[in-house]
Ligand binder design. Structure first.
Ligand SMILES: Cc1cc2nc3c(=O)[nH]c(=O)nc-3n(C[C@H](O)[C@H](O)[C@H](O)COP(=O)(O)O)c2cc1C
Length: 351
């Protein structure tokens, strides 16, 4: 089990790079209504936002990926330098391996060492206990804690979990007893309205929808299986647009994060207009840091901010609160999904 958890970390990185992102996020079905007299200026765009009470200078952040091996420590090292230089928040990958094997703690804590004043997010699975949560938070001096839900990934993973009982109770225990915001996240299969309503009862501060259309863990785990392929599940889940519509259809106070296949500033702006407060990117930053290092990531972040500001300026909005209220026309398969799920797309088109 020990070696399999460690070798899995490296395999996830390698297969994530190999499989890439399908792009089937549904976000292409979301169209802004262009305004030809917006009376706006690119220089007036304010990108600040807030997630679970944490103030962020940018709606973009580096989502949870890795740590736990020497190879993956290099990725955390480089990404955390880019996070420091850009001011972006950054999540580390699941810290369970370092909880069980303290010699790997440095592969996560490097992120705090490189970035003493930045916003760092710890990460654990829903099997974690309150004691695990305290250890993970302490390991990186975390400002928030992500708890990931990855039932489908585990079921396809050859050595994965098969029993998912008690997750909501453990999450509620952690949310009540840690003094930083807790974020529940999916890893690429999305969050439905029904699941969101259950998660809300745990008292967490934020939810990251982690929809399909980006890094695909059904595909990745299937590649790691040597027998009994389960490739029929490659399209399982709610995509990012569907998940955002589902979550936004519930009246709640929790912050919403969009992730799953966000590729550029336009995707992120569409996600914010669908009600998200921030946009997480994992696969995109993994590819960028692997191909072009810290400078490449910093360059990509500058481009993301510019693309996002172009949308804001063309629509005549100056901040994210205004962007969350612009009209949107929802078409195609996303419209079909929303209609059948009782979500009224006219509200978005006429607001
Ligand atoms: C190599 C790799 C490892 C990942 N490991 C974790 C993890 O340990 N914990 C977690 O919550 N999410 C993990 N994720 C999922 C991402 O945080 C994200 O939810 C998912 O990849 C979808 O976003 P993307 O399309 O931008 O990659 C991982 C993603 C990648 C690419």
């Amino acid at each position: 089990m020990y070696m399999s958890r460690i070798s899995r970390k490296k395999e996830h990185v390698d297969y994530a790079l190999k499989t890439g992102q399908s792009g089937q996020t549904g976000l292409d079905d979301i169209q802004f209504v262009h305004q030809c007299v917006p009376e706006s200026s690119l220089s007036a765009c304010d990108l600040t936002t807030s997630v679970g009470g944490l103030s962020l200078s940018s709606p973009f952040f580096i989502n949870a990926m890795t740590g736990g091996t020497n190879d993956t420590m290099g990725i955390n090292d480089q990404l955390s330098v880019a996070a420091r230089e850009s001011g972006l928040a950054m999540a580390v990958g699941s810290q369970m391996s370092a909880i069980q094997h303290p010699e790997y703690r440095r592969t996560y804590s490097v992120v705090r060492k490189n970035n003493p004043d930045g916003i760092i997010i710890a990460n654990l699975g829903a099997e974690a206990s309150l004691q695990d949560a305290w250890t993970a938070i302490d390991m990186v001096g975390a400002d928030a804690l992500q708890i990931h839900l990855n039932v489908m990934q585990e079921l396809i993973m050859p050595e994965g979990d098969r029993d998912f009982r008690g997750a909501l109770e453990r999450i509620a225990d952690i949310a009540e007893n840690v003094d930083i915001p807790v974020i529940v996240k999916e890893v690429g299969f999305g969050i439905s309205r029904e699941s969101f309503l259950k998660i809300l009862e745990t008292g967490v501060a934020a939810v990251d929808v982690g929809g399909s259309g980006g890094t695909n863990f059904a595909l990745i785990e299937n590649l790691r299986r040597s027998e009994e392929p389960l490739d029929m599940f490659r399209d399982w889940g709610l995509n990012t647009a569907q998940s955002l519509l589902e979550v936004h259809s519930v009246n709640s106070e929790v912050s919403v994060i969009a992730s799953g296949g966000i590729r550029n500033g336009l995707d992120a702006a569409r996600a914010i207009a669908l009600g998200a407060d921030a946009a997480g990117m994992a696969g995109f930053f993994l590819k960028t840091v692997t191909e072009s290092g810290v400078d490449g990531v910093l360059d990509a972040i500058r481009q993301l901010h510019r693309q996002f500001k172009i949308v804001m300026t063309a629509l005549g909005v100056e901040n994210l609160t205004q962007l969350q209220k612009v009209p949107l026309v929802i078409s195609g398969a996303t419209y079909h999904w929303a209609r059948l799920r009782g979500i009224d797309c006219r509200i978005y088109a006429t607001r």
